[in-house]
Write a protein that binds this ligand. Structure first.
Ligand SMILES: C[S@@+](CC[C@H](N)C(=O)[O-])C[C@H]1O[C@@H](n2cnc3c(N)ncnc32)[C@H](O)[C@@H]1O
Length: 242
């Protein structure tokens, strides 16, 4: 994909790579919850993986990660970062549209979608959401983030009335989620999910371009029927070390 066709090319092509290296909070929670206990190889799928902050953290914790993105520049960064971190063999990058990706049923122990379901039209997002659910194992963990209608880049109120600064990549977001929308999806019986954390919030973003505000929705969920050792985040009352 050329520079002109990739709205994220510049953000991933600079020295100070967009979004930094710290994984999204839901992804860190997945790492805390899953990786150390399982003897078998765990599989993760990172949709809209960008420059790989989530993929690399998952690979470092032991997951075999499939990283899917449209941005060739982003995928190049992921491969560079994976090799530099010594986890090149655990990261498989795929240049693909998430709408065309071949989701294998019950394949992934963790699925990550950090701000990608909002980069495709609403009707497509519902279809990809259902494919995500089908592709998650019976003990699988799911971390999803989307921009909400509170985002200053939103075409819907209240975001469209906000005067707060917008992200340099606002133009790539086409589907702002309304209040409770993701919670409704996640609580439908057919989703077969148990929510561990759900939040709708405003946040400042200092990870790329001039500082700007976002309206965000984040979901951390596990398959229904599972009771992980979940102590919440932030961990106000962490367990004592044994
Ligand atoms: C806001 S960035 C987030 C990147 C990464 N998830 C992170 O949080 O660091 C959104 C990413 O989604 C990718 N993207 C947008 N639409 C996509 C699509 N239809 N299929 C695959 N990737 C897509 C973009 O190329 C971009 O890298």
């Amino acid at each position: 994909m050329t520079d002109a066709a990739d709205p994220f090319f510049d953000a991933y092509n600079r020295d100070d790579i967009a979004y930094g290296e710290t994984p999204a909070p839901g992804v860190q929670s997945i790492i805390d919850l899953s990786a150390p206990k399982e003897p078998r190889q765990l599989n993760a799928l990172d949709l809209g993986a960008g420059a790989g902050r989530d993929s690399i953290a998952l690979a470092k914790s032991g997951y075999a990660v499939t990283s899917v993105d449209l941005s060739e520049m982003g995928l190049e960064r992921i491969n560079q970062r994976a090799v530099a971190a010594g986890v090149g063999e655990r990261v498989n990058t795929q240049a693909a549209d998430v709408r065309e990706f071949d989701f294998e049923p019950s394949k992934y122990d963790a699925i990550i979608a950090t701000t990608v379901l909002d980069h495709i039209p609403a009707t497509d997002a519902v279809i990809v959401w259902k494919k995500i659910l089908d592709s998650l194992t019976q003990t699988g963990l799911l971390a999803v983030e989307v921009h909400s209608s509170e985002d200053p880049g939103s075409d819907l109120p209240p975001g469209c009335d906000s005067t707060a600064p917008k992200s340099e990549t606002t133009g790539a977001v086409v589907n702002y989620f309304s209040p409770n929308q993701l919670a409704q999806w996640a609580t439908e019986n057919s989703a077969n999910l148990r929510i561990l954390r759900y939040e709708e919030r405003l946040e400042w973003d200092y990870t790329h371009g001039p500082e700007h505000m976002h309206g965000k929705v984040s979901l951390l969920a596990i398959r229904k029927g599972n009771s992980p050792e979940w102590y919440g985040q932030p961990r106000l009352f962490p367990r004592r070390d044994p």
